[in-house]
Design a protein around this ligand. Sequence first.
Ligand code: ZN
Length: 135
Amino acid sequence: MLTKVDHIGIAVHSLEETMPYYEKALGLVPSPVEEVVSQMVRTVFFEVGETHIELLEPTSPDSPIAKFLEKNGPGIHHIAFASDGIEKQLELAATNGCRLVHEVPIEGAGDKLVAFLHPKSTFGVLTEFCQPKGE
Ligand code: ZN
């Protein structure tokens, strides 16, 4: 089952240009910046209570984030739910008509397994499930 909103993903052109807003204007503390090779992004997380804001900067023009920025400009990219059973979560979504971007979870940032549902099957919201590895 889903246990909380884990994070909200925000696509940005540059972490360096964007981070001061979150650090200074909002007073949040960043995690170390991490590169996720499988997704062609650099990410940073800001903790806000139980949830996080994830900034995503593309590292290649082929990155899905680069394509998103080209089409929409910077802004909210996805919502991520923590799941205590990501495989079952994907199965539940698939049997109820959702299109899976990942049939099998992949490596995400923060040592997590992640998988996405296609926004065309979720009323416009790119939806991520995530689960810490080894849980
Ligand atoms: Zn995410």
